[in-house]
Design a protein around this ligand. Sequence first.
Ligand code: ARG
Length: 467
Amino acid sequence: MKKISPVSRSGRFTGGPAVDVAQFTESISFDHRLWRHDILGSMAHTHMLHKIGVLTKKECVAIVKGFDAIGREITAGKFKWKPELEDVHMNIEAELTRRVPAGAKLHTGRSRNDQVALDVRLWLRDEITLLLGEIANLQRALVSLGEKNADVLIPGYTHLQRAQPVYLAHHLLAYVEMLERDCERLWDCRCRVNVCPLGSGAIAGSTLPLDRALVAKLLGFVDVDGKVQLTQNSMDAVSDRDFAVEFCAAGALLAVHLSRLAEDVILWAGAEFNFIKIADAYTTGSSLMPQKKNPDVAELARGKTGRVFGNLMSLLTLLKGLPMTYNRDLQEDKERLFDTADTVRATTSLMAAMLNNTKVNKPACAAAASDPALLATDLADYLVKKGMPFRQAHHVIGAVVALAEKSGKLLHQLTLAELQTVDKIFGCDALGVFNLKTAMAKRNLTGAPGTKEVAKQLARWRKELSS
Ligand code: ARG
């Protein structure tokens, strides 16, 4: 069997690993995407090694230039990744050393264990920033759709049964609130991602006088007050993947919210609701039924939730039985983490684009919202204002609803005389309750779907999201 020999086997080994072992253990096929952050981390380490006298100025300059050139080649797609060099760290270091002999000093005081922890943290920090930007975009799309249809009322649902009228904007703003909590969770997760593990070595730091704070500063591992953030235990630093689990958990909850929004969009786009029309570019056709226009973007947003949940479960399972400290099992974290980041970012972005290309069918919404049964609770409140205990009012209105049903009328078509057959308390102002406009003007508690309150919330979000 042909043997190949990665750099990590020098000295102790008589030969390279078997071909199938090399194939089984490689990670370059997926971790190559860490290259930019691997180079960034190595450059900071290079500067630090120069500062503590391990590298001369000339060596330091040559290494940095070498990294620049390699980075440009990777960007241009001209760099040749070698699977026999196992991973992104080995590929880049080996090529650097081939070009710049001083590259052989680069790994001083460093192990791939702290290097990979560093790279993943740097990568994830950028990923979170990008994701936060996409979430804000989706929030803006929801607010815009609400603003463009500020006067549109729809039935609000519980148990998927018509409950009470709400402004469409109020329904959309519910998602803006959920997404805001997702942002808070991601920001919070980012604080724990943003801690520098470099200098932890393989497990036990180094006997060399490494300047960990310098590396951390160069790489932006500082908190909001500018205080340097360093991991405080070398064993924890090389085996910790909590930060990846946290991101996948926050991502899973974001996926839940996206999936619920997708479900509403799917329902609303169907003929039964007919509240919205998604632009052709964001729908797909059927291969058999020529009339079909399907909301596949929303369906996939809902469907992709499964893999995002799965990624979280994989990571938790991966970690649960690991003895301290680094074990090769940890290499399995990356594909799951990458998949969650890619999936939630793409889904968030597509949902925003779809909503920006969605029109509201105002007549269909108005027809649905004009169902007087939606104001049955308002009629109970009317009785409460006349002094009746709510439990009794609830019962009386129930009887009114039954009467309407029996006489084949809608609630607001009952006459005052008919209402009074149920209870004498009804006055001539009772039927005024069914004026939707005044009904909406009355719901002005904080967080309620009242005319003024919804306008206020839309304005608040517009301002909040403009910065
Ligand atoms: N490719 C490895 C990973 O992703 C890098 C660290 C390897 N360390 C080691 N001791 N083999 O985890």
